[in-house]
Design a protein around this ligand. Sequence first.
Ligand SMILES: Cc1cc2nc3c(=O)[nH]c(=O)nc-3n(C[C@H](O)[C@H](O)[C@H](O)COP(=O)(O)OP(=O)(O)OC[C@H]3O[C@@H](n4cnc5c(N)ncnc54)[C@H](O)[C@@H]3O)c2cc1C
Length: 293
Amino acid sequence: MSLASHYSSGKPALSFELFPPKTAAGNAALFRHLDKLLAFHPNFVTCTYGAGGSTRDKTLDIVCQVKQRYQIPVASHLTLVNATRADLRRYLKAARDHQIDYIVALRGDPPSGQPGFQVAPGGLHYANELVELIRGDFPEFGIAVAGYPETHQEADSPQADLENLKRKVDAGADVVITQLFYDNADFFAFRERVEKIGIGVPVIPGLLPALSLKQVRKITQLCGSGLPDGFANRLAEKPDDADWQRQVGVEHATRQVDDLVTQGVAGLHFYVLNKSASTIAILSSLENLSLHT
Ligand SMILES: Cc1cc2nc3c(=O)[nH]c(=O)nc-3n(C[C@H](O)[C@H](O)[C@H](O)COP(=O)(O)OP(=O)(O)OC[C@H]3O[C@@H](n4cnc5c(N)ncnc54)[C@H](O)[C@@H]3O)c2cc1C
């Protein structure tokens, strides 16, 4: 099934993003959680690609395991960090040999300790070049790219960032999946600007249900997303109660999702972080919206 076709059924398509676990216990836990998440019939599952290509084999291994176990489409993330063109082609060939369906084509963040993104010798600079490479040499893959409702941290301006996003779509991306955000107004304003500049592919909100104030502060600082005061203050009300904070995160994300679905998004992408409780709570309370059940 083509990547684009998931987003044309009239119902929001559902995707879950995993990361490669470091240990066998982490691997087992991932599949315990994924078994439960599968009850919501995701359209596809993705797995991130660690900084510096450090998880290359593990990423491929995880998407292969998911596909084999559940017979559903899978997407491997792929980045340009520390990779020559030949490395990228090798990975894409291996992914094709393993019947991986889609690629989330990214530039990637620099490995920790490295001040900024550095082009590997013989490598590529921007994600649009990776999209071009895939479209040219591996046309069978569906391609997703990253979009930034609050503008990518390194972009010269919101407009420049948008033009760069258009470059990725013009190169052949099928769908844009967004960075996480906690204020839907940012997403809706972005979607409007995306449409205005002539990007015609679906823009899918990326959602990370907050687990705690500490976690959400750290992650929003890292990726440059805003943390609305009202939400942060509510999380701060019971600083020592982990369950309560997780519940506040679920309530906030449930309101976000309810609003997004009402406003006609074509899909929902959950950063599930190899866990299931929050996503299950959110999707269960939204079942009356018939999300692919
Ligand atoms: C859905 C999603 C999944 C992700 N998964 C991963 C993952 O698995 N592994 C990982 O390491 N990171 C991941 N990231 C993070 C991502 O790698 C970083 O945000 C990274 O800093 C930018 O990647 P990009 O693909 O958006 O880069 P690009 O689209 O290349 O953009 C990078 C910066 O350069 C600018 N730019 C782009 N093209 C040009 C151009 N031609 N000329 C001048 N400037 C340009 C852009 O405006 C932007 O500021 C993910 C992000 C999202 C939203």
